[in-house]
Ligand binder design. Sequence first.
Ligand SMILES: [Zn+2]
Length: 507
Amino acid sequence: MREAWASLALCALLAGACAPRGPVAAASASPPQPRTSALSAPKTLEHTFALDRELRTFTARVCPTGALPARLVPGMGAARSMLTSAAIERGSVRLPLTAGEQGIELAQLQPGDCVRYDLDLRSEGGGLGAPKLQRSAGSLMVNLAALLWRPLDYGTYTAMSARFELPEGVQASVPWPRDPGDPERYVLDASTFAFHAYAAFGALSVRHLRIAGSSIELAILDGLSHEREAAIARWTEAQARAVALIGGRLPRERIQIVVLPAGPSPDPIRFGSMTRGGGASAGILIASDFDERALMSDWVLVHELSHLLHPFVHRQEAWVSEGIATYYQEVLRARAGLQPVDTAWRRIMSGSEQGESMDMSLERGAATMYETYRFAPVYWGGAAIMLLADVELRRRSVLDEARPRSLDDVLVELSRCCGAGSRPWSSSEVAERFDTIAGAPIMRDLIASAVRGQTFPKLGALYAQLGVDREGRPVAGAPLAGIRDAIMRAPAPSLRAATADGTTPAP
Ligand SMILES: [Zn+2]
């Protein structure tokens, strides 16, 4: 699926804000009992999740304090059919609840009660591009949005947490941080419910990799040999180190990567997606018969990790987010030696021709790509915008050394200030922050000229100035040859050595 844009589109959809947002709807048939346990009680939610050994049922127990939720709603509409039962637990009493179109109504909920619901994990399939729930031999990869029923006003809770009760032999991998004072307890924030994320349960191979200052939890579902699992760990490390070449470190301190063996395929990766619910969480469907050399040079994981350089952007404006990830999937693999520099330039050049092929503005192409299924021009058109921005930043920094030297510098700063969070950004907001960091209206001007312009700019003159021929080879004597070489050059060895802090297997 190297260029399987339909799959990438679904990846994008999965990354989207999935939870219904907005104010809490008024509870219907308000009960006479107080809806707040105590005026001073903080508004909190404690979750306990349990699975059975066969991974057939997911049971959640949600215990609120403070103002009580009016209802619980699923994180994705398609998850409603998984619900088999719901009840209020009041001491030893169980009061059955019914779920309607609006979710599980909690009008009877009283202070001290908990809500329990059960989901049938056998009732959902999920295709290649939408791994809502997929099984390996004895394990399960699931989109947490399908499991987490939540109050509509989840953003107003002062504290939220979760624990797992798992039978012997069943492991869990989730992207959430652990409570330092209680490692069995996970700390949830609003992003947990605002965005999708992946979890893996069952017979997992879990490794903890320390790469360039970040912790990567690599969870591989069962079905592969130990040798293949080791190859996946090597690939993860190589691709993560490539991304860490930007600024010397990965954009997040913690990243979870869930890898599901998805049957034989001519391409090593069948699907990839980066999500952000409660932490950075990548889902990868890997060919069970992958060739390790092909896997090492593949673009998907570098692309997905590069998404952590920017905040979540509205999907209708995906030229920004996909532009960043598509540009860096080529540049970083070249810098890390995972693909030849010529190949990177050739792919960027042929990609920008895809942008030029659009018969509408890039802005309109992005807004309509889920109707037209013309994803490639948006991804590669966005990558061309990032090349233009990178060249401009580098060109200006020659004139003024105080400015950011490159797109790397701006995105490192952007990821530090704004990469996490629990709301989608508009392209204008990203551009405004970008330009503030850059100290010049570079992205604003590019949006006005190249993103909103009726025809996408032809970049032939730029490639001539950079000195890149049709095969991606360097042309001597080009005026911007220094910039061309700097874009694809890995940082100095001293910086790379500083990031090489080793890989430690899980205890
Ligand atoms: Zn992407």
